[in-house]
Design a protein around this ligand. Structure first.
Ligand code: GLN
Length: 256
C-alpha cells in the first residue's frame, strides 16, 4: 500500500513538472521580442519629448501595433541613421522603423515591407533669403542634411554645393539658424511639422515637394518570412482601422 502511495505521489510530481514545463515554454513564446532600430530626431515619425526616454511618433505607434499584431514585444533602440542598415545586417536589430525611404540602392542591402507612407524632400531656408527658390538655386551654396539620408543624396547631386552631413536632423536645422549653411534638405512632413510646432520661427520652405518617396519597414535582406509577417500585420491594421487611427493621431485627416 505504502509503495503504491509513493508511486502515485511520484507520478503526480512528474505530471506537475511536465505541466509547469509546458507553461514555461508558452510564456517564452508569448515574449518573443522584436528589436527595432530608429533614429529619433525625425518628428512626427520618431522623436523623444524633451527629458523623456520614450519613443513617440507615427512610426513608433505603427511598429508597436505591427509587433502586437504579430505577437511580439517591441523593443526600440536608438542609433544613427547611417548605422541602421549595418545593425540589421549584423543581426543586432530585426526591423528598421525610421521613415526610411524605399530606394533601389537600399533594396540591394535590405528587404523592405510594403510602403506605409508617401513622403518627399523639400528645401528649407531662412526667411530673409529671397534668392533660393529651387534646387537649381542651390548650386554652389552650402547645404545641411542628415548623414545617410535621401536628403544627403539630393544635396550631393547639386553642382558645386558644399554639403555638410550631420548625425541628427536637429543639428542640421540648427546649422541653418546659425547661418552656417544656406539651406537644409529634409523630408517635407518633418520640415512641415518642425515649422508648425514653432521649432524655428526664422525659417521657411521653398519650392515644391520633390519626387515622391515611399517609407518602408526594413528587415535583413532575405528575411522574407519576417517581411511577409510584417506585411500581413500591416494589411490587417489597414483593414481593422488601426492604421487610420494612428495616422489621425499624427496627421489629422486620413489621406485617401
Ligand atoms: N526618408 C529619408 C531617408 O530615408 C530620411 C529618413 C530620416 O532621416 N529618418 O533617407
Amino acid at each position: 500500500m505504502k509503495k503504491i502511495l509513493i508511486m502515485i505521489m511520484a507520478l503526480t510530481a512528474a505530471a506537475v513538472m511536465l505541466v509547469a514545463g509546458c507553461g514555461g515554454e508558452k510564456k517564452e513564446a508569448a515574449e518573443k521580442i522584436l528589436r527595432v532600430g530608429t533614429e529619433p530626431t525625425f518628428a512626427p515619425f520618431e522623436f523623444q519629448k524633451e527629458g523623456s526616454k520614450e519613443y513617440d511618433g507615427f512610426d513608433m505607434d505603427l511598429i508597436r501595433a505591427v509587433g502586437k499584431q504579430m505577437g511580439y514585444k517591441v523593443e526600440i533602440q536608438n542609433m544613427g541613421f547611417d548605422a541602421l542598415i549595418p545593425a540589421l545586417n549584423a543581426g543586432n536589430i530585426d526591423v528598421v522603423a525610421a521613415g526610411m525611404s524605399i530606394t533601389d540602392e537600399r533594396k540591394q542591402a535590405v528587404t523592405f515591407s510594403e510602403p506605409y507612407y508617401t513622403s518627399g524632400l523639400i528645401i528649407m531656408v531662412n526667411k530673409d533669403n529671397n534668392t533660393i527658390k529651387s534646387l537649381k538655386d542651390l548650386e554652389g551654396k552650402r547645404i545641411a542634411c542628415q548623414i545617410g539620408t535621401t536628403g544627403e543624396g539630393k544635396a550631393r547631386s547639386v553642382a558645386g554645393a558644399k554639403v555638410t552631413a550631420f548625425n541628427t536632423n536637429t543639428e542640421a536645422a540648427m546649422e541653418l539658424t546659425n547661418n552656417g549653411v544656406d539651406a537644409v534638405i529634409n523630408d517635407s512632413p518633418v520640415v512641415g511639422y518642425y515649422l508648425a510646432q514653432g521649432g524655428n520661427k526664422t525659417a521657411k520652405t521653398v519650392g515644391e515637394v520633390m519626387e515622391a518617396e515611399q517609407y518602408g519597414l526594413a528587415v535583413k535582406k532575405g528575411n522574407d518570412k519576417l517581411a511577409a509577417d510584417i506585411n500581413k500585420a500591416l494589411a490587417e491594421l489597414k483593414k481593422n482601422g488601426e492604421y487610420d487611427k494612428i495616422y489621425k493621431t499624427w496627421f489629422g485627416e486620413v489621406k485617401k
